[in-house]
Design a binder for this molecule. Structure first.
Ligand code: ATP
Length: 969
């Protein structure tokens, strides 16, 4: 310990700053980034005359009057870029003789804080301390390397005797100091956070394991207050959040590419050779960074780190990274200089982007690129032998190196017992432990390790989702047998079915009155659904089947079963057009039923239903007079009350939000109100006594791969219709380039079709022509063109901006044959059923997704006529993607293609937020098998312990991870 005069204090600071700064440069010792920043500022200003003056004046502190002392302190603090002197000392994290400091600077209150170590994150670090270790700081000071001790051997000793403090503090000093002392006395700045370091660590000894990951980041050893705030501002409040800030990618520090083709997307690691901000004209400037990368010459598969000289089988290529700026304000020198200074010559960077060959050999241009700093010129640490180098996504301007340093510190101290998933489960599914996974993902020694770590993290994402959903369902059940039955059902989803004989009489009558026989998978689907309907547990089932496979009739039969048992049914569809179509179709099917008395009363309720009629329908629903209502979102309006709703069918369910769907099962319906309807139930099937939420049957034509369905609807049973009604002929599909010749060819084919009595849909991406997108054709704008072209043939128009009755009229005219051509937007995509339509032309087909085109194509080929689908692409580059549809009509295959190309969000349409849980790193389209395993693991765990009491760690983790709102509707 050294004694310190006021002057010494200042010089010690300067000395320390100098040392610290040099050490940083040497990379022998890492100070935290913030300290570095302060020190460098301070160091540069210490050369300044003004600063020197302040320091000189500080010498007179002892003899100055009280007012001057205060001013002096403020000045010194300001000069050192500190809010207060306290902070300066805290930031410095070095140790002073407190009594002397107090004597010289009485306004600095020094309290109970423990000595704080300066972090040394490299090999000669003190013993790795555990976050759980209460005495993390005690004794650690001694283990700091000698060279460092030279300026760190001062110690702030605890001062408990506050009476010695200068009683003449100014109010400001008193305020600032008392505020710091009130929270944590004079703990270092980072300890003044709501979770002071020491107390947090102390309490952690007795903390249950599950709290560790959810501790505040302020318990990370030697994290300054500013760093802490910086991390918190980026949303990284807890250790878990911090560790879940996964690398975006890994750079292979050895460039393996040896053939570089134009337009390829490549990743290189190289050295910045130059960086120039260039003014090209009075309103155009650009930044050009040249990066030299060493790659293996053709034929050689290995290369080592960058060198500027050609060397045997390696050569240097030069990447010219260019960024352009338009506008006079971007041409000013200071701006350009600031741009070019962002990259320093010699920096090792990882660059990814599309390459374009330049005229000069081995020179390539990149205009859209990502550049991540891997290390400074003098930093040897990143030169890891063949290790994947993690590249973190940028987050709130956080320095990636600082971030990985902090993460490394946490990983060092992470105890092994943090894994809530039992060991045998981990072994069964070949998973890493959670700690190893965190280490593997942040500091992998090879790509395989990173991959395995990623698998474990993804497993967790899926596992807790499945576990949460299943757990919630089980909680809703009364007996152990019921719970086991439910789990069994999930394990063997296809074993439960009720066959035709046991259907209620209304369902049987309806079945018999159908103009066709059900296909075998339609029959199985109805049987499975009816099995569920007979249970006192609300069903949650997804009925999936390709376009035109006949899902609607299956849903109608399910409704009949419920109505026949004396309850009500609601059928919600996404568009008014579809509601009308379903309503009309159901009425005509019911008309075939011989037993007139048993025909249920059916109503149609949409936004366009006249107010008076809507009120009557609502009254009918409330009294139970109406048994089945078909409608749009209006069905879930607040004022719609049901008497005894037992099933809600939601068609194209992904088009509704979670909350919208949830509205149906948010209410419980008892059956006592339902006495009138019960009489209809000639079968006499008994209704249970309990109130329950209605069953939900969701339907989708989007061929959702099972994995995606699991993630979307975790707890849902899945029923699939796998065959099409008999007599369907495959649709001939052609992808055509929309040039003059292409259009001519298409018009010719249309002419032939129309002349032979066919009907044609023309689908457009937009309604009106747009100036911004002149290449897109609009339905409304094309009406005249098509009418002129096909004179004597009636054309209709259908789009979303038309009024409901106009739309209905347009579709009716097309259905009846009054119009033979229907120019339409995507409004017809869902559910429109005109069996006579035999040809579809899609304009600007490249603007549609594959799955969407498949849906659209499903509007034709629904009748006896052989149908065609012509996909016109406005660019030749769009054709290869469209050709996929020429070759396949398998919805699953196409959906998988779409999933891979666009990701699940897009597959389900833009407005599907709230449907897909967010998975930070899992990609449903490729990680499906992990999801299946996670589902299995969740089932196994819950089979062992329905309420998770047998797995307290898992239960705690689940409650931590899964806000209930995520767990389903
Ligand atoms: N078993 C069957 N045999 C013959 N025709 C059937 C059969 N089932 C349904 N259909 C007819 O097939 C057509 C398509 O049925 P439906 O509209 O129910 O299909 P969907 O699966 O709902 O299609 P989309 O996904 O396009 O809405 C209808 O005209 C319907 O009458």
């Amino acid at each position: 310990m050294q004694c310190l005069s006021e002057r010494c204090l200042i010089h010690a600071n300067i000395f320390q700053a100098a040392r610290g700064y040099r050490h940083v440069l040497n990379r022998k010792m890492r100070l935290n980034g913030l300290l570095l920043c302060n020190i460098s500022k301070y160091f540069s200003t210490s050369n300044h005359k003004l600063t020197q003056n302040v320091f000189h004046k500080a010498d007179s502190y002892g003899s100055a009057c009280r007012l001057d002392r205060r001013k002096l302190l403020d000045k010194v603090s300001a000069t050192m870029y500190q809010d207060s002197f306290d902070e300066l000392i805290d930031e410095g994290k070095h140790v002073f003789d407190a009594s002397l400091v107090r004597k010289q600077f009485p306004s600095i209150i020094l309290g109970q804080s423990s000595p704080v170590e300066l972090y040394d994150g490299i090999s000669d670090a003190p013993e790795k301390s555990n976050i759980l270790t209460a005495d993390i700081y005690s004794g650690s000071w001694d283990s700091i390397p000698n060279e460092f001790n030279q300026f760190s051997s001062y110690k702030i000793e605890s001062i408990s005797d506050q009476s010695t403090l200068d009683s003449t503090y100014s109010s400001k000093e008193e305020n600032s100091s008392s505020s710091s002392s009130s929270s944590s006395s004079t703990l270092p700045s980072y300890a003044k956070s709501p979770n002071p370091v020491k107390s947090d660590l102390q309490c952690s000894i007795s903390d249950p394991f599950e709290l560790i990951l959810d501790k505040s980041i302020s318990c990370i050893p030697v994290l300054s207050k500013k760093q802490c705030t910086q991390l918190e501002n980026c949303g990284l409040h807890t250790i878990r959040k911090l560790l879940s800030h996964f690398p975006r990618t890994y750079a292979d520090l050895q460039n393996a590419q040896f053939t570089i083709d134009d337009g390829q997307y490549l990743i290189f690691v190289g050295k910045v050779l130059s960086s120039r901000g260039i003014k090209a004209s009075c309103s155009l400037s650009f930044l050009e960074v040249v990066v030299g990368c060493e790659v293996a010459e053709s034929g050689s598969s290995s290369a080592c780190m960058v060198s500027e000289h050609n060397n045997g089988s390696k050569k240097t290529i030069y990447l010219h990274l260019k960024k352009f700026f338009r506008g006079t304000r971007f041409t000013y020198q200071p701006f350009l200089r600031s741009l070019q200074e962002k990259q320093k010559e010699g920096d090792i960077v990882c660059v990814s982007g599309k390459v374009k060959t330049m005229r000069t050999k081995d020179h390539y241009e990149m205009r859209e690129y990502n550049m991540d700093l891997i290390r400074d010129d003098d930093d040897e640490s990143a030169c890891a032998e063949g290790r994947p180098y993690p590249i973190y996504p940028s987050k709130g301007g956080l320095n990636p190196k600082l971030l990985s340093d902090i993460i490394a510190r946490v990983l060092d101290t992470l105890p092994p017992g943090i894994d809530p998933i039992p060991n045998n489960t981990l072994q069964m599914f070949g998973l890493k432990s959670l700690r190893d996974a965190y280490i593997g993902i942040h500091q992998p020694s090879n790509f395989k390790e990173a991959d395995l770590a990623r698998k474990r993290i993804i497993f967790d994402e899926f596992f807790y989702l499945q576990l949460g959903r299943l757990f919630q369902m089980l909680e809703g059940l009364g007996t152990w047998i019921e719970k086991d039955g439910l789990l069994n059902k999930y394990r063997n989803p296809s074993t439960n079915a009720v066959f035709t004989d046991e259907w209620c009489s209304l369902t049987k009558k309806f079945l018999n009155s159908l103009p066709y026989s059900l296909t075998s998978s339609q029959l199985t689907a109805v049987s499975e659904i009816i099995w569920d309907l007979k249970r006192q547990i609300p069903m949650n089932r997804l009925l999936q089947g390709d376009v035109g496979c006949g899902k609607t009739v299956v849903a109608f039969l399910a409704c009949m079963e419920v109505i026949g048992s004396g309850y009500q049914a609601a059928f919600m569809v996404p568009t008014e057009l579809l509601a009308i179509q379903h309503h009309d179709r159901l009425l005509s099917l019911l008309e075939n039923m011989e037993d007139v008395d048993s025909r249920p009363s059916v109503a149609l309720l949409t936004g366009s239903t006249p107010v008076k009629k809507a009120r009557l329908i609502r009254e009918g629903l409330q009294s139970g007079e109406i048994s089945l209502v078909i409608g749009t979102h209006s069905l879930i309006a607040e004022k719609v009350e049901f008497s005894c709703l037992r099933i809600a069918v939601v068609d194209e369910q992904h088009r509704f939000g979670v909350i919208q769907r949830g509205r149906f099962n948010s209410k419980l319906y008892s059956n006592s109100v339902n006495s009138r309807l019960a009489e209809i139930d000639s079968n006499g099937s008994s209704k249970g006594d309990t109130s329950m939420a209605p069953h939900v049957l969701a339907m989708t034509a989007t061929p959702i791969p099972r994995t995606l369905a699991l993630a979307l609807y975790g707890d849902m049973s899945l029923t699939q219709i796998t065959d099409l009604p008999p007599g369907r002929k495959p649709i001939d599909t052609y992808a055509v380039e929309g040039n003059e010749a292409g259009f001519e060819e298409v018009y010719q084919m249309m002419k032939v079709e129309l002349e032979s009595g066919g009907r044609v849909y023309i689908v457009y991406p937009i309604i009106d022509q747009s100036e911004q997108l002149p290449q897109l054709r609009g339905a409304s704008a094309d009406l005249e063109v098509i009418s002129n072209r096909f004179q004597g043939i009636n054309c209709g128009l259908l789009h979303g901006r038309m009024k409901s009755d106009e739309k209905d009229e347009a579709l009716k005219n097309f259905r009846s044959g009054e119009t033979q051509i229907l120019l339409s937007t995507q409004v017809i995509e869902v559910g429109v059923d005109v069996p006579e339509a035999s040809m579809m032309v899609v304009m600007n087909a490249e603007r549609f997704g594959i799955a969407q085109l498949h849906q659209l194509r499903g509007r034709v080929g629904r009748g006896v006529r052989k149908s065609k689908c012509l996909l016109l692409s406005s660019t030749s580059s769009g054709l290869p993607r469209l050709k996929v549809l020429e070759k396949s009509s398998d919805g699953f295959h196409l959906a998988n293609m779409d999933l891979l190309l666009r990701g699940p969000g897009d597959l389900l349409g833009k407005k599907q937020s709230g449907h897909l849980p967010e998975f930070p790193i899992a990609r449903l389209e490729v990680d499906g098998n992990i999801l299946q395993e996670a589902h299995l693991a969740a089932l196994m765990i819950l089979s062992e312990s329905h309420n998770l009491e047998g797995f307290p760690k898992l239960k705690a983790e689940l409650s931590m991870r899964q806000p209930l709102c995520l767990l389903g509707d």
